[in-house]
Design a protein around this ligand. Structure first.
Ligand code: UDP
Ligand code: MG
Length: 209
């Protein structure tokens, strides 16, 4: 009998493939994920998109909390985000049978990383988009002209950068120390970044890609 204080993840990594996609705000995670979905049949789950949908869901008890966190570039308590991701994975698997997931913009804090791998599914690797702040800032301000996002403005962007450096980079460093990071330079145009992404992922994942 396994010890009772140790939980088993909901999904086995032998059965379900999870890639965490990380990078600063504006690094291009969503753009690259869309291409990977197109070419390799992943299901794309953006933690930020799931939180925004939950924020707008009538009757959600977390609406105001999520709204405040997003505006301030702060991290929503992990229980909320982990539960949304687990539900989205379950719904996807039962609706489509697809078991390959890109989890975009998560985990952004060490506690989330540990919790998710313990209760949901151990990740295969972290795909990390590395980008200088000046480049990300330019992209976010450009996106802010049309995105309608409450956090694509100068003040929120500054707070998001700070959270990224202080709270999210340690997550990347943690996985890097375990040799689980595939790092891609996100400065060039999207096609070039995608080409590098494909080469590097193929090398590591082979036919699991
Ligand atoms: N967020 C969070 N936990 C997560 C992911 C996102 O609290 O695991 C919140 C956080 O406030 C973040 C915001 O959602 O600043 C927007 O995240 P998103 O991933 O959409 O931003 P991106 O990095 O893609 O610009
Ligand atoms: Mg995004």
């Amino acid at each position: 009998m396994p010890p009772t204080n140790q939980s088993t993840p909901a999904f086995s990594p032998a059965d379900v493939t999870v890639l965490f996609v990380l990078g600063g705000p504006g690094a291009g995670k969503g753009t690259q994920c869309a291409r990977l979905v197109r070419d390799y049949h992943f299901t794309h789950l953006s933690a930020g998109d799931l939180l925004r949908a939950e924020q707008d869901r009538p009757g959600s008890q977390y609406g105001q909390l999520i709204k405040d966190c997003i505006k301030n570039g702060a991290i929503v308590p992990m229980e909320v985000t982990v539960a949304l991701l687990e539900k989205a994975m379950r719904d996807t698997i039962s609706a489509t049978g697809n078991k390959k997931f890109l989890i975009d913009g998560f985990p952004r804090k060490m506690d989330q990383a540990f919790k998710f791998e313990e209760v949901v599914c151990p990740a295969r690797l972290v795909l990390f988009y590395d980008c200088p702040e000046a480049v990300m800032e330019r992209r976010l301000l450009e996106r802010g002209k049309t995105s309608g996002r409450a956090d694509d403005n100068e003040e929120s962007i500054r707070k998001r950068f700070r959270t990224f450096v202080e709270t999210s980079m340690p997550v990347v460093d943690h996985y890097d120390a375990e040799n689980r990071v595939v790092k891609v330079d996100a400065t060039p145009p999207p096609d070039q970044v995608y080409a590098e992404t494909q080469v590097k992922l193929k090398k590591v994942l082979g036919d699991k890609l």
